[in-house]
Design a protein around this ligand. Sequence first.
Ligand code: BG6
Length: 618
Amino acid sequence: MCGIVGYVGDRPCRDLLIAGLEKLEYRGYDSAGVSVISDGEIDSVRAVGNLANLRAAVEEHSSNGSVAVAAPPATIGVAHTRWATHGRVTEENAHPHGDCTDKIHIVLNGIVENHAELRKELADDGHVFTSETDAEIVSHLIERHYEGDLVDAVRRSFGELRGHYAFVAMHLDHADLLVAARKECPLIVGIGDGENFVGSAIPAFLAETRRVKMVENGEIVTITPEGVEISTPEGEVLEREEDEVTWDEDAAEKGGYPTFMKKEIHEQPDAVAETITDRLPGLDSVDLSELELGDELLRTVDRIVIVACGTSYHAGMIGRYAIEKWARVPVEMDVASEFRYRDPVIRDTDLVIGITQSGETADTLAAMRLAREAGAKVLAITNIMGSQATRDADAVLFTRAGLEIGVAATKTFVSQVAAMYLLGLRLGELRGTLAPDELRELIAGLKSIPSKIEETIATVDARCKAIARSHHERRFFLYIGRHIGLPVALEGALKLKEISYIPTDAYAAGEMKHGPIALLDESTPIVAVATDSPVLEKMLSNVEEARARGADVIAIATEGSDNVAEVADQTLFVPRTDWMLQPILAVLPLQLLAYYIAWDNGLNVDQPRNLAKTVTVE
Ligand code: BG6
């Protein structure tokens, strides 16, 4: 999740733009850049690393005479903080990106899904690319369509782009005009007097103005010092109310939410959409060509071993069910801190997958190194480009959740589960264990998940708040699940432990009668993950076992499952999908339940006691 900011007005803007980027630092980034139009030239500076590096590069750039000292200060520009998804962390890959004439500069947040085919088309037309990024496509596409009218060129380019993005473009010949477009990723305009701003989030310009206009999905916005015009891709001008932002800067960083965890819970649709977007170009195949493992290995590997810690381990468990079901490859699981010391049997025909959002968790890295030394191929699934895990693996599958600040993982979890689904489907496709129509259905199902996450959060939020209100003083919770419901129960129990410090246990429901059922009485809340699965009937009888001992049952069920509601005290429904995809939705009410219980107990959900976001030591 990159940060973008643009300015057009009458004030010198390079520092304004960099100050805007500093307000977007919380989004996380690995490189940055700024382009301004000054004295008939586009003056662009980019740097790898933090904004201090960019400031130093601008300093050096200004002092080594590359900017004519007498030149009037620039009053239009675009700037960007990059969270790398396509292309390494280099200065060339940092934004802004120019076209062949270097007259058009763009900054983009998100992912251009059809970047590969457009790059080929444009290169065949003679366009020369200077970066590995998907974003640079946009500047060349605008160049292709530009016939003196930047707005028209952006409209026509917008029509050819597919994906999940928002971008801002400027042209040297139009030093009083910015044109931006939004497809899913957020874009907001900041209204000033004789000046206007555009950004990916309000903090980018909150220090300068509290007057904003939201740009809705699929809209184009034209920004000049005098005004802002929002229109459809066809050119129909749209009326848009101006809003007044009342948030303070802290709240703004949290996107208006009270905590980073709540903001990140609401960023889950984007996190999954960006993780799957260009890997599911159509409905017939999964594109994991970025994996340097090669299809032959995926076609022939005879055992997969997944190692991870904490929440990442639970994402791996869901992946195990999916891979075994769709690809019929045996999958072993182990927590990394056990795997690395139990002298595991590793074969050079194994594929070992290390799942770690931070890419820096010591136990997982050690487990990956152990596997590699034993000759196995190692795949890292991580959220951070340039992290240690990317260096300790033979191949990397990046999740694209953006920086996660809340210690309790939420958006990185669902993006890891999405990554495991992609891998499971690709293995099934390559090994011919998934029939084409089954594959099509599952790909369509996975593509529908971002909107279903949005729908789930909207429908269960208030109920979770109410249930938390009536349960936040309970001193123990038991979570149960079966089959793919078990890793969801484990994750729900971990979330409540992590942020509310209430003891919880999570159990395979079929195991309850072999011990934990002794814990049950009227005061024990049971959280039962009872979404659709091949063993739902069995799960329901386990729920009845618990009810018979007086426990009050909070069930998570697939919409329309009245049979679950009949055996539970409270039921939270999630939208219907293929049963194997249900876990990515079923975890959402559990995140919210844990969140509100911790909140009602007045706890700091973003920085719980005794916990660190990443454990890099033994
Ligand atoms: C813990 C975090 O330190 O590490 C958990 O508190 C996380 O939220 C676990 O799941 C594993 O982290 P990672 O970065 O390896 O996925």
